[in-house]
Design a protein around this ligand. Sequence first.
Ligand code: PEP
Length: 253
Amino acid sequence: MRTPLIAGNFKMFKTAAETADYVLALRGLIAGRHGVEVMIAPPFTSLQSAAQAAAGSAIAVGAQNIHWEREGAFTGEVSAGMVREAGARFVIVGHSERRTLFGETDDSVNKKVNAAIAAGMTPVVCVGETLEQRDRNETLAVLDRQIKEGLDGATGEQLAAMVLAYEPVWAIGTGRNATPAQAGEAHFHIRQRLKQWFGLESSDRCRILYGGSVKPDNISKLIAHPDVDGALVGGASLDPKAFFAIIQGARTT
Ligand code: PEP
């Protein structure tokens, strides 16, 4: 049985002080409630304050990106070990904004996944098609390529501990979410491929999140599909009350 995970991607929003206030508000809301794992990924500069404010609570902290090298002359970059020391246990890898705006490729995704695992972190690997690819009926082929190349070399055990996020690019920040049927079809396909490539047991343990305009009023229908194990939430994660409502909507027990 996979525990649902609701993850918030703050993108480039919230200072360190604002993040700490947010975490204190969220931890008050979720206190004593179980059944859903919660993670927030604030900007690098907020990781430490988020981790401090979340200490002893059920809220985990993640980074939004890492470089794959441990250290080096890479101006402006931050390594897995650095974000881990700041308190991050998860890291989002291959978000579509990084792929489209910052030149992330399946190859760099693969290196970052390996770096995250080597640092003892859980990668949240994002995959998803553009609208043009969907219109050309390429969705499943795009997912196959992104997963095969992004996870190249990973073992079944590593896959089992990882999180994937199906995030159709056309649904991110647009207010237009995939229908539960569209999300279900993609998630089912991903699970089948994972089974084929990594084996039944590992594919059964790996969590696959849906991301793309998730809101309090659509989470329950999306998560009702057996292969949807939670959500990666952008805009609606910025308000602790809305994020908490999504967490509530994801509760399956
Ligand atoms: C995201 O950034 O991963 C995302 C899904 O954003 P939004 O929920 O705003 O569509």
